[in-house]
Design a protein around this ligand. Structure first.
Ligand code: NDP
Length: 482
């Protein structure tokens, strides 16, 4: 089925000034749909409508917000199988992961629906007599959401749900590689009782629509997930005093210690390095392995990587789907050559695969004999490529894990409580995993990193309010001020 999809601007489904076609990375003969591309004039309409709608929404009361968010979340959860299949068809992750992502996206909405009702604020006595102080949070205004393709529904949901819950209007520019999931999501939101213009889907290129959002003085806050270079460019919005929250790349490391459960370590490494075809900001692309278990670990890791079933995202049994696009695949193959030229030993994978359908398939790759100075260990590859770094001690492992400009997640595989505790305290990352893959987080607690991985307040859970609200301090005289 080919989808024809328009933008949702100021409460109306609107034709674009141009169109893009979207194909299934598992089967390039499968045209998923044609999607409208807005121009900046249409974006301006969305921004003006959002400004009016935001005031209505702020005054609509918290139960209206609760009802709308709960409605969106419940519909996403009940349609997870159908929407997850669409997501997998356009992004390439195996069907179960696509379904899981849509289910999780729904959970962000049901979580933030409940957050609408959690209106506990602060009060204080004034230093002056007969005056009371009330401190409460108010919406920021218009929030621009710029989201990536690798978690096209979940990432957008963990931004859009809190934005709406805290009374803001949303202008959403999804990634152009995954417009079908965005449009299906927008359709669900559009059927809720929201003021016209409160929620806008503005599909279009990053260079045109994304850049205009950055430069527009009409946007109060931008929440972005994507690459470091684009994230850096988005900080220009601060010239207009627009708030900015950035989640970007990483180079996460899993430390495998000599006292670990080796099979568990291998399974966590395979999951973290190759799940989602390695296209996760939380992927374990560096495996920092103690020399005492290095050879046994590598042998099992390579056997595990070779056994992974790479195939069509919707085929039963597929564990690793295709890479999302031809450009991404070429970038991955280039990194394989870079790794070889740097002296790393390619133990398995790294080549393009052919399957029954023409798609962007790649064999999961393991490099050994790498060191932390190599480009393959310093740059985010976003690829099914794992690089093993051999170390002689826990201290060297920790130093290696921390030797990166990024800092999103890290992990340690160990049976020692003292090492686990020490690592938890000293790993310089926003999330730390003990005996777990570096990827895989919950929806009710903060998510984010340090260094080049993140900028601005944390996303998700109760911490999300720091970005999506502004604090007002009111002084109320209850008698004659003295
Ligand atoms: P980008 O950073 O280019 O894209 C992310 C989002 O930003 C998309 O919606 C994109 O739109 C938009 N965008 C692009 N240019 C601009 C701009 N000038 N102003 C405002 N918005 C813009 O990432 P890519 O999709 O190109 O992926 C490239 C690399 O980025 C990956 O290989 C990976 O390393 C990293 N990445 C990291 C992610 C993470 O979760 N940490 C997620 C995605 C990518 P459009 O789609 O139209 O270009």
């Amino acid at each position: 089925m080919t989808i024809e999809q328009r933008n949702f601007i100021a409460g109306n489904w609107t034709n674009g000034e141009a169109e893009i076609e979207n194909r299934n990375p598992s089967d390039l003969s499968d045209v998923i749909g044609r999607f409208a591309q807005a121009d900046t004039g249409q974006l301006e309409l969305a921004l003006d409508a959002a400004a009016e709608a935001q005031i209505q929404w702020q005054n609509a009361g918290i139960e209206a917000r609760y009802d709308a968010l709960m409605g969106i979340g419940q519909e996403m959860i009940s349609r997870a199988a159908e929407l997850g299949e669409l997501l997998s068809r356009e992004e390439g992750k195996p069907r179960a992961e696509g379904i899981g992502e849509v289910h999780r996206a729904g959970q962000f909405f049901t979580y933030f629906a409940a957050e609408c009702l959690r209106q506990i604020g602060d009060t204080a006595d004034s230093t002056r007599a007969n005056i009371e102080i009330d401190i409460r949070r108010e919406p920021v205004g218009i929030v621009a959401v710029i989201s990536p393709w690798n978690f096209p529904v979940a990432t957008a949901s963990w931004k859009i749900a809190p934005a709406l819950a805290f009374g803001n209007a949303v202008v959403w520019k999804p990634a152009n590689i995954t417009p079908a999931s965005a449009a299906a999501f927008a359709d669900i939101v559009s059927r809720q009782k929201l003021p016209a213009g409160l929620f806008n889907l503005v599909m279009g290129s990053g260079k045109a629509i994304g850049q205009h959002l950055v430069e527009s003085g009409k946007v109060d806050a931008i929440s972005f997930t994507g690459s470091v270079p684009v994230g850096k460019g988005i900080t220009a919005a601060a010239q207009n005093f627009t708030r900015v929250q950035l989640e970007m790349g990483s180079k996460n490391a899993l430390a495998v210690m000599d006292d670990c459960d080796l099979d568990l370590a291998v399974s966590c490494a395979l999951n973290g390095a190759f799940g989602g075809t390695g296209q996760k900001c939380t992927a374990s692309s560096r495996l920092v392995v103690h020399e005492h278990v290095h050879d046994a670990f590598v042998e099992k890791l390579v056997a595990g990587a070779r056994a992974l079933k790479v195939g069509h995202a919707l085929d039963a049994g597929t564990q690793i789907g295709p890479v999302v696009s031809a450009e991404q695949l070429q970038g991955n193959l280039d990194y394989i050559e870079i790794g070889k030229s740097e002296g790393a030993e390619l133990l398995c994978g790294g080549e393009r695969l052919t399957r029954a359908h023409d798609g962007h398939y790649m064999a999961p790759a393991v490099f050994s004999g790498t060191n932390n100075a190599m480009r393959i260990n310093r740059e985010e590859m976003f690829a099914p490529i794992a690089c093993v770094i051999k170390v002689g001690s826990y201290e060297e492992a920790l130093a290696t894990v921390n030797d990166t400009r990024f800092g999103l997640t890290s992990g340690i595989m160990t049976q020692s409580l003292s090492r686990a505790s020490h690592f938890r305290r000293h790993a310089r990352t926003g999330c730390v995993m003990v005996n777990l893959p570096t990827a895989g987080t919950d929806y009710h607690v903060p998510f984010g990193g340090r260094g080049d991985s993140s900028y601005g307040p944390r996303e998700q859970g109760g911490y999300a309010k720091e970005f999506y609200t502004t604090v007002k301090t009111a002084y109320i005289a209850s008698g004659e001020p003295q």
